[in-house]
Design a protein around this ligand. Sequence first.
Ligand SMILES: [Mg+2]
Length: 118
Amino acid sequence: MRMLLVDDSVTMRRIQKTQIGSLGITDILEAGDGQEALGKLKSNMPIDIVLLDWNMPIMDGITFLKTVRADPTYAGVKIIMCTSESEKTRVMEALKAGANNYIVKPFTPEGLKEKLGL
Ligand SMILES: [Mg+2]
């Protein structure tokens, strides 16, 4: 399983990478904004799951989500929106735009496992 972590916080990505690694997933790519993530997605298919931060510079998570969902090439890519507690009300917008699920940060490996359906 190949996963793409998208978050502008290097610290957050490091934490997530450790947690995902503890689930036995080691094929992990990273991007610091939506635009970088589009490039990584394009050149590293097949990617199974994208863990997507909302607030990022250059291109935010919701713009990335809408761009990816407009392209049938990536129809099989699962996208999980990572939100903070205060952003929970925006979850509906992400689900309407094609996110498969969402998870509230900071999450535990168990919580992530559940959201991934593993
Ligand atoms: Mg952010």
